[in-house]
Design a protein around this ligand. Structure first.
Ligand code: AMP
Length: 192
């Protein structure tokens, strides 16, 4: 099964994806993780996207579509989980074409529904926990970037809900419950 996890920053996409990887042999394709790796490696592309990411804005469609295209040739016994991609209508169209071309299907788009106050709380917490564990918070986990990330989500990504609804792919689950509850709701969609 190939699925998209859709939702604003902090909705729990990464957490749910990780459990699907561990338990269902799925392969997580997180463009955010790929871009952070490029940033850390100091590649030309990484340098180009660093400031944009830190500010909380979206990088160009071309860059992320290229990253995903490369990964789709890999093996994924349990299927792919698209996490943080697509984030624009152009990316959604491109993903559809890529999947067609490579002989894959899109089986479900799962929206993790949350509210904005909870999101802000979760992200502030994620930053605090990272620091408490002796690490550093993500460069974009601060209030300023967060506001921009939320605005980018509402302006550019939330139209995908209508897009996938119209295609008959969308299922929304309550993303506000405990991790295990959300996990059960996601499993119910996958096993339906
Ligand atoms: P994430 O880890 O998914 O929250 O992504 C972190 C940052 O990477 C975002 O705020 C964007 O700057 C960039 N990014 C990740 N995925 C995409 C995407 N599909 N399109 C554009 N920018 C992206």
């Amino acid at each position: 099964m190939n699925i998209i996890l859709l939702g604003p920053p902090g909705a729990g996409k990464g957490t749910q994806a990780q459990m699907l990887v561990d338990e269902r042999n799925m392969v997580q394709l997180s463009t955010g993780d790929m871009l952070r790796a490029a940033k850390t490696s100091g590649s030309e592309m990484g340098k180009k996207v660093a400031a944009i990411m830190d500010a909380g804005e979206l990088v160009t469609d071309e860059i992320v579509i290229g990253l995903i295209e490369e990964k789709l040739d890999g093996e994924a016994a349990g299927g792919f989980i698209f996490d943080g991609f697509p984030r624009t209508l152009a990316q959604a169209d491109a993903l559809g074409e890529l999947l067609d071309r490579k002989g894959h299907s899109l089986d479900a788009v799962i929206e993790l529904e949350v509210n904005d106050e909870v999101l802000v709380g979760r992200i502030v917490n994620r930053a605090k926990e990272a620091v408490a564990a002796g690490g550093t918070a993500r460069a974009d986990d601060n209030e300023e970037s967060l506001k921009i990330r939320l605005m980018e989500y509402y302006k550019k990504t939330s139209p995908l809900l209508g897009y996938y609804y119209a295609k008959g792919n969308l299922t929304s689950v309550d993303g506000l419950g405990e991790i295990a509850e959300v996990k059960a709701a996601v499993a119910a969609v996958l096993d339906a």
